[in-house]
Design a protein around this ligand. Structure first.
Ligand code: NAI
Length: 464
């Protein structure tokens, strides 16, 4: 089976970049990315490709090559579903904020809406691909909806979780460690559908990196991968606290430990905690699934990864208060960075939000500078917590476009994101313009301690 038309529902951090790369690599396939968010689609179609809604290194080049040729962005979801042979579902699957499973389970309402819309519109057979991260066995629910509410056409459901990391999305898509495709491999139709998707990826990915499994293994592998990655961060962060008490340096510990080839060196960097839209939500979802099967020990084991992460954010903020003579009331704290990691404008679950919230509860004044995050986003993140009124957030938090302006007259500077440019600043100038003693808190182990102490900073870094 040769795929000619692809539709992707959801033009977000996953749908946008993945489809842009598929379109670039498969010029004979028409790829239409649809979304109900008109503003987002408008931005994807902006004449100036630098204004596309998602910042990822290299993404604007890929989009400008394919857009208008075989890559299209649209709000006409029905039309794109109708024309497609293969439909990717790439919508958001946030943690539920209501009802059963509140705060733990994945909210699948957007997925279900997609399934019902596909069922209503489709007039010929379709392959439906789960690109969103979903609880294991969701394909069963999708199939039920499609088979029972559809127009009698046949559906094949595939699971094709996305392993890209924000900040390196384009490189990860161009040269992934593996591509995982789960399908109904016990049937001929299922195998054909799997092969159709394999053929797409085989345009640029060596076949030995394209892994095919049954649907359930594929769905569960994505949750497992995120749980393992986050667990490494929480493990090294747990050690960072012990380092601070004992005179060990967590960077030296991670280097020594990571050189063991059984452990490996990646994802062993201590920090103010992981953020991003995925790790927390996917682990909570995993915990919920384990609990729903009565596997309490499994659930508790993974839940600890989240508890450790919360602890790390809290103790970073608490240390700022303690170091500033036990009060930050009315004091100006400059935040360098708001994004959850460097090279992205995504702020979802960013540690900066929670550190700011803690310090605002202590009546601090916060000034934020981030190279890519817009002011409205920062206020929206704080408003979402509902900790105080929107007016108060705007009174107490200022967002500026210049790092030196952020640090001017500050009592303390805190590094919350590991943007490369931060170390290159004129730190003497920053020091000269701060109140003394000038406190500097490095939540990312990014800055050179010795140089900063020579300038005169009172320097604190996670894990040393
Ligand atoms: P996102 O929130 O950036 O994008 C989702 C988009 O879907 C939104 O623009 C929303 O308007 C749209 N949408 C929701 N319901 C719709 C509907 N019924 N019809 C049309 N459009 C609809 O989310 P993101 O980050 O792209 O994540 C999508 C999925 O991919 C999630 O399940 C996530 O867990 C998973 N994922 C995310 C990764 C990441 O780095 N962000 C990495 C790997 C997987």
């Amino acid at each position: 089976m040769k795929i000619k038309n692809i539709c992707c529902i959801g033009a977000g951090y996953v749908g946008g970049p993945t489809m842009a790369v598929i379109a670039q690599k498969c010029p004979e396939i028409n790829v239409t990315v649809v979304d109900i968010n008109e503003k987002r689609i408008e931005a994807w179609n902006d004449e100036d490709v630098e204004n596309i809604p998602i910042y990822e290194p290299g993404l604007s080049d890929v989009v400008s090559e394919a857009r208008g040729r075989n890559l299209f962005f649209s709000t006409d979801v029905d039309a794109a579903i109708d024309q497609a042979d293969m439909i990717f579902i790439s919508v958001n699957t946030p943690t539920k904020t209501y009802g059963i499973g509140k705060g733990m389970a994945a909210d699948l309402k957007y997925i279900e809406l997609c399934a019902r819309q596909i069922a209503r519109v489709a007039k010929d057979d379709k392959i439906v691909v789960e690109k969103s991260t979903l609880p294991v066995r969701t394909a069963q629910a999708l199939k039920n909806i499609l088979d029972n509410t559809g127009n009698g056409v046949n559906y094949q459901i595939l699971s094709n979780p996305e392993f890209l990391a924000e900040g390196t999305a384009v490189d990860d898509l161009m040269d992934p460690d593996r591509v995982l495709i789960g399908g109904d491999i016990d049937t001929e139709e299922g195998n054909e559908a799997v092969q159709a998707l394999v053929d797409i990826y085989a345009h640029w990915i060596p076949e030995d990196k394209i892994l095919t499994t049954n649907v359930w293994s594929s769905e569960l592998s994505k949750l497992t991968a995120n749980a393992f990655l986050a667990q490494r961060v929480s493990s090294i962060n747990a050690m960072s606290e012990l380092c601070e008490k004992t005179g060990a340096d967590v960077s030296e510990v991670s280097k020594a430990v990571g050189m063991d080839s059984r452990i490996g060196s990646k994802f062993l960097k201590s920090s103010v905690g992981f953020g991003g839209s995925c790790f927390q939500k996917d682990i909570l979802n995993l915990v919920y699934i384990a609990k729903s099967f009565g596997l309490n020990e499994v659930a508790d084991y993974w839940h600890q990864v989240i508890l450790m992460n919360d602890h790390q954010k809290k103790r970073f903020a608490a240390n700022i208060v303690k170091t500033l003579f036990n009060t930050v009331s009315g004091k100006k704290i400059a935040f360098l960075g708001w994004a959850f990691k460097k090279d992205t404008n995504d702020t979802r679950e960013s540690s900066a939000i929670y550190v700011a919230d803690y310090l605002l509860n202590e009546q601090a004044e916060i000034v934020v500078y981030d190279p890519k995050v817009k002011k409205e986003q920062i206020y929206a993140d704080l408003d979402y917590l509902n900790s105080r009124s929107e007016e108060e957030n705007r009174q107490r938090v200022t967002v500026v476009n210049q790092p030196y302006e952020a640090c001017q007259d500050a009592h303390a500077v805190a590094v919350l994101t590991e943007w490369d440019e931060f170390e290159g600043y004129d730190w003497q100038k920053i020091y000269d313009n701060m109140l003394k003693p000038a406190f500097l808190f490095d939540g990312r182990k990014l800055l050179d301690r010795k140089k900063k102490e020579e300038i005169g900073f009172e320097f604190y870094a996670i894990g040393s």
